[in-house]
Design a protein around this ligand. Structure first.
Ligand SMILES: O=c1ccn([C@@H]2O[C@H](COP(=O)(O)O)[C@@H](O)[C@H]2O)c(=O)[nH]1
Length: 268
């Protein structure tokens, strides 16, 4: 790997447009596709989505929970999917939201960020709620491997606000410090939901990307994302899952539609 994640993400967003597509093989979606809720159904779903979007979306975000529910057989699908997506040209952001004490975080960092690991991804989501300092080693591993992190800061679900508002400043400040000295877009980003009315914290000194889930099924639009992040639009990666995943025949065209909307609103 030759360039830091933030630089690769910026290039990818400029070339393809700012959109991340989630791979969320939930039981409801497997059923909607007429697939068995089984590891075979999971594999069929995931690789169909990969084929439809890997060369269109700037990034693809597998939701680890829907693979983990099948134990080792589901994780084996994920282990095959990740390199297939990367070989097809997509940046892979694993949505695993890992967070633990520092010594345990080292295990997650080795699993997902050490390039050469069977599950190595371009970036992963992490939780800072065991203290931002618990992520220090993970941030160092990300930097050493040109990988990236997205730290939960203000998530898209309404019930998160009461807890997260109390500590969000610490998280934004920690992320800004982790990006100090980065040339171009830094590799440590935040997760801020597209569904929020306002962020409530200045993002202009963050120095890293903003992963913004909530487009489509959770009610947010590209126009709302552009309003929410008016000062830092260049760094925002909106993410959509269910709204493009309902019908295998329409995944690509819906992805292109969301991508075009994001380009229009975030670059306009
Ligand atoms: O704040 C957050 C963080 C992560 N997510 C995840 O993103 C997708 C959203 O799916 P949609 O179908 O587009 O609603 C899902 O995997 C969530 O776990 C989030 O929604 N909000």
């Amino acid at each position: 790997m030759s360039e830091p994640f933030g630089v690769r993400l910026r290039t990818q967003m400029e070339r393809r447009g700012p959109l991340c597509v989630g791979i969320d093989p939930s039981p409801a979606l497997l059923t909607a596709w007429g697939l068995d809720d089984s590891p075979a159904g999971l594999e069929r779903f995931s690789f169909t989505v990969a084929e439809a979007v890997a060369d269109v979306a700037a990034a693809v975000k597998p939701q680890s929970a829907f693979f983990e529910r099948w134990g080792s057989r589901g994780v084996a699908v994920l282990e095959r999917l990740i390199p297939a997506l990367r070989e097809a040209g997509a940046l892979v952001v694993l949505d695993a939201k890992r967070g633990d004490i520092a010594s345990t975080m080292a295990g997650y960092a080795e699993a997902y960020l050490e390039q050469g690991s069977p599950m190595a991804v371009d970036a992963m989501t992490v939780s800072p709620y065991l203290g931002f300092g618990s992520l220090a080693g993970t941030i160092a591993t990300a930097h050493a491997n040109d990988a990236g992190l997205f730290v939960l800061a203000r998530t898209s679900n309404p019930e998160a606000a009461l807890l997260q508002e109390t500590v969000a400043d610490q998280i934004f400040e920690g992320v800004a410090a982790a990006n100090e000295g980065a040339a171009g877009l830094g590799s440590v980003g935040v997760v801020v939901g597209a569904t929020l009315d306002k962020v409530g914290h200045p993002l202009d000194r963050l120095g890293g990307p903003v992963l913004s889930p909530g487009l489509g099924a959770q009610g947010a639009s590209a126009a709302a994302v552009a309003r929410l992040f008016s000062g830092v639009r260049h760094a925002v990666l909106p993410s959509v899952s269910r709204a493009v995943l309902g019908d295998p025949a329409r995944i690509r065209s819906l992805t292109e539609r969301y991508r075009d909307e994001c380009v229009r609103h975030l670059r306009g």
